[in-house]
Design a protein around this ligand. Structure first.
Ligand code: UDP
Ligand code: MG
Length: 134
């Protein structure tokens, strides 16, 4: 079964939204096959988001992602990568479609509650980042 990585970001963990978000993932048919709570340090957050290094929002993003704990999980389902991206919604919650996780829970374009891998190749790398034994 195809797998993808989902992160519940600090803004959502801080607002006690872990359960609400997992409810939506399970209702959409995603199986949780790995799950852990982790507090990234700055270097780890930089490494996870290295594709964005040099962009104007990079330092703010790294500071945010290392500010408090996140939840990392591997989700399995048919069409896991593209269907999870659809369930998550656009990067900016203000632009995200009605009923998407970011539209419902996101605060702003940085504090947008969740991360989801954007391709099968990225998913494989991102899963290894949090679950190296997988
Ligand atoms: N981000 C930001 N400002 C922007 C664009 C992105 O703070 O103008 C943050 C946001 O948290 C986003 C992450 O950087 O989720 C990664 O950006 P990307 O363009 O890959 O968006 P995503 O794939 O998460 O939708
Ligand atoms: Mg992305």
């Amino acid at each position: 079964m195809p797998e993808t990585l989902l992160l519940i970001k600090p803004d959502a963990v801080e607002r006690d939204l872990i359960g609400a978000i997992i409810l939506r993932l399970e209702a959409a048919g995603f199986k949780i096959v790995e799950l852990r709570l982790v507090h990234l340090n700055e270097a780890e957050a930089q490494r996870f988001y290295q594709v964005h290094e040099g962009k104007p929002f990079f330092d703010k993003l790294v500071a945010f992602m290392s500010s408090s704990p996140i939840v990392a999980m591997v989700l399995a389902r048919e069409n896991a990568v593209s269907d999870l991206r659809e369930l998550v919604g656009a990067t900016d919650p203000a632009q995200a479609a009605c009923g998407t996780i970011r539209q419902c829970f996101g605060v702003d374009v940085t504090r947008n509650s969740v991360h989801a891998s954007d391709s099968a190749e990225t998913a494989a790398v991102e899963i290894k980042f949090f679950f190296p034994d997988r």
